[in-house]
Write a protein that binds this ligand. Structure first.
Ligand SMILES: [Zn+2]
Ligand SMILES: [Zn+2]
Length: 148
């Protein structure tokens, strides 16, 4: 997890103004390890700054992805991107029921493409998602079945 200071210094290096909105969005992301969606970040932003638009939040998140301080994780089930301040190479565990997304801090060095499979692409990074049902949802599902 990057610290707020590190993220702010990346903005400064890239000559982006540290507006109160950008600062707030970064503060929210640094504190939130749950890989929030645009909407979840937006909901937190407007509790502090009610005048910030969803578009501003969306655009800011995209700028941060372009700078490499945020990673966008695709979550097909939840409908869109989730944002991750852990920009190091890591993988995920996704609950297909509640969409809890956890980090897996291990690399899989055997995960490589042959030149033929890569089709000439210059590979920048790869990300593996393990899909499953988390312990909480397993319990909830089991008790639902019992009550039927
Ligand atoms: Zn779950
Ligand atoms: Zn992550």
């Amino acid at each position: 997890m990057e610290s707020l200071e590190t993220l702010l210094s990346v903005l400064r290096q890239n000559h982006l103004k540290i507006t109160p909105q950008r600062r707030l969005i970064l503060e929210i992301l640094v504190d939130d390890a749950s890989h929030p969606t645009v909407d979840q970040v937006y909901q937190q932003v407007i509790t502090v700054m009610p005048n910030v638009s969803r578009t501003t939040v969306y655009n800011t998140l995209h700028e941060l992805v372009a700078l490499g301080v945020l990673i966008e994780v695709q979550d097909m089930g939840a409908g869109g991107g989730r944002y991750d301040t852990n920009a190091s190479q890591h993988h995920h565990l996704l609950c297909t029921h509640c969409h809890t997304l956890l980090d897996i801090e291990r690399d899989f060095p055997e995960l490589e493409l042959t030149p033929v499979e890569a089709c000439g692409y210059r590979i920048a990074r790869h990300q593996v998602t393990f899909y499953g049902v988390c312990p909480c949802c397993q319990q909830a599902l089991a008790s639902q079945e019992e009550s039927i």
